[in-house]
Design a binder for this molecule. Structure first.
Ligand code: FAD
Ligand code: DHB
Length: 390
């Protein structure tokens, strides 16, 4: 098979890139190791920055998002038995929209298939070759056979565990990383959200986050130790811990309901530089991971491919290479802003080393400062809703 741009991975990055290329008249094929059903039901992130919403709308994907997405103009910080609102829209003029990642993925798949696009599900890329030539190849397994996809460029959108990054020879890429001694236990519950806005709660037993997916579905997270086993968390224990960490404000209680899904996700900060080598471009989780506290993962993936869409358009329209050459440098500015913001939110809100009271005092001071200083609160807000330029 031959196409102009070969894309590995049908997450938000790969699908959006394929959609953007199609709008520019550039052909692409997306190879995805999982089934369509699996990627459409994988529960992950839920917060879209203003810039991501603008991108989805501008490319014809705003209909269901505008009907079902929940626009939020603030978030709540809860600590020391008090609750404080960060008025994001008042401070920045921008807002976030709560809309599940799997809904973005469903909308993108529907748009690509309606336009006659090719997405091969259950097609696992096994290796890349010829990246230094004008015609690189993605080797993949499909329906029990070894196949080849020949293209002009390969874009690795295959997430942290994908194969694309490892196609770059040793010594070229530089890795920056940090691991955390805790993870998030995330649940999806059939319970009406008890609030209209997200609650980020700092508690002596650990961080908790109250989010939602719809007027009927709540999405909740608990900080747990990094090596925690989900089997040790029966539903009643989860609700009890959520009550302890979130019901700290007089007169407020959460709504409980059947837990539809639960999983533990490790927290990690990770960046690989540069995001390109020869005819291979890397985007999204394949080259950078943020801890989820800043809600940046999916937004960064979309921002990367927005740059690549423009860069390929310039190359195919009139042979311009400047945008492709600048891709890594430009994308990394946003990536590092999100890294710093996500690390800061994570450090401020989680229970850190229990034996270090100095850290706990710094956290309290930072949280208090956010509630008294419009300048500090604006810094949080403008990063959270997404910076137009970085
Ligand atoms: P992905 O969505 O990971 O897509 C990569 C795709 O490539 C996958 O579909 C994968 O199956 C496919 N693939 C991998 N290897 C191959 C191969 N060899 N051949 C073909 N296909 C391949 N962010 C938040 O902001 N908040 C959250 O609560 C949150 N929760 C998360 C929970 C989990 C378990 C994970 C893993 C991530 C979470 N994130 C969260 C991060 C966010 O979901 C990601 O940043 C986002 O999915 C990145 O999109 P992507 O397209 O780069 O990668
Ligand atoms: C959600 C996830 C996040 O990581 C976050 O910071 C806020 C909300 C969510 O899944 O709704």
């Amino acid at each position: 098979m031959r196409t102009q741009v070969g894309i590995v991975g049908a997450g938000p990055a790969g699908l959006m890139l394929s959609h953007l290329l199609h709008l520019q008249g550039i052909s692409s094929v997306v190879l995805e190791s999982r089934s369509r059903d699996y990627v459409e039901h994988r529960v992950r992130a839920g917060v879209l920055e203003q810039g991501s919403v603008d991108l989805l709308r501008a490319t014809g994907l705003g209909d269901r998002l505008d009907r079902e997405g929940l626009r939020h103009e603030g978030i709540e910080l809860r600590f020391d038995g008090e609750s404080h609102r960060v008025a994001m829209t008042e401070l920045t003029g921008r807002a976030i929209t709560v809309y599940g990642q799997q809904e973005v993925v469903k909308d993108l798949i529907a748009a690509r298939l309606a336009a006659g696009g090719t997405i091969l599900f259950s097609a696992e890329a096994t290796r890349l070759s010829g990246l230094e030539s004008p015609s690189p190849v993605v080797h993949y397994r499909y329906e029990g056979r070894d196949e080849e996809l020949h293209c002009d460029f390969v874009v690795g959108c295959d997430g942290f565990h994908g194969v694309s990054r490892s196609a770059v020879p040793d010594g070229v890429l530089h890795t920056y990383e940090r691991t955390y001694p805790f993870a998030w236990l995330g649940v999806l519950a059939a319970a009406a959200p008890a609030v209209d806005e997200l609650i980020y709660a700092h508690h002596e037993r650990g961080f908790a986050l109250y989010s939602m997916r719809s007027p009927e579905i709540s999405r909740l997270y608990l900080q747990v130790p990094a090596d925690e086993d989900i089997a040790d968390w029966p539903d009643e224990r989860i609700w009890a811990e959520l009550r302890t960490r979130l019901e700290t404000v007089p007169g407020w209680s959460l709504n409980e309901g059947p837990i539809l899904e639960k999983a533990i996700t490790p927290l990690r900060s990770f960046v690989v530089e540069p995001m390109q080598w020869q005819r291979l471009y890397l985007a999204g989780d394949a080259v950078h991971i943020v801890p989820p506290t800043g809600a940046k993962g999916m937004n960064l993936a979309l921002a990367d491919v927005a740059l690549l869409g423009d860069a390929f358009a310039a190359w195919y329209a009139d042979g311009r290479t400047d945008l492709l050459d600048d891709y890594s440098r430009t994308a990394l500015r946003r990536v590092w802003r999100a890294q710093q913001f996500s690390w800061w939110m994570t450090s401020m809100l989680h229970r850190l080393d229990a034996d270090d009271p100095y850290e706990a005092k710094l956290q309290s001071s930072a949280l208090r400062y956010l509630t008294t200083s419009p300048a500090y609160a604006t810094s949080l807000a403008e990063n959270y809703v997404g910076l137009p330029a970085v």
